[in-house]
Design a protein around this ligand. Structure first.
Ligand SMILES: [Cu+2]
Length: 62
């Protein structure tokens, strides 16, 4: 999964990134700085998955 507009840090990994592999049935949690308010696309990088709806809008206000 790819989150636009931010980088995040996985709870179990020190690297900052904007994509993470999420396997079927897996839950991934991460921490990020909410310092870029707006509407941001989040989507799967597998084009077939994205075309089938595996995308959404991540939004918040300051
Ligand atoms: Cu996918």
């Amino acid at each position: 999964m790819h989150l636009h507009g931010h980088t995040f840090q996985l709870d179990n990994d020190g690297a900052r990134k904007d994509t993470v592999i999420v396997r079927p049935g897996q839950i991934v949690s991460f921490e990020f700085d909410a310092d870029n308010p707006g509407q941001w696309l989040t989507h799967c990088h597998n084009a077939y998955h994205a075309a089938r709806g595996m995308m959404g809008v991540f939004s918040y206000v300051r």
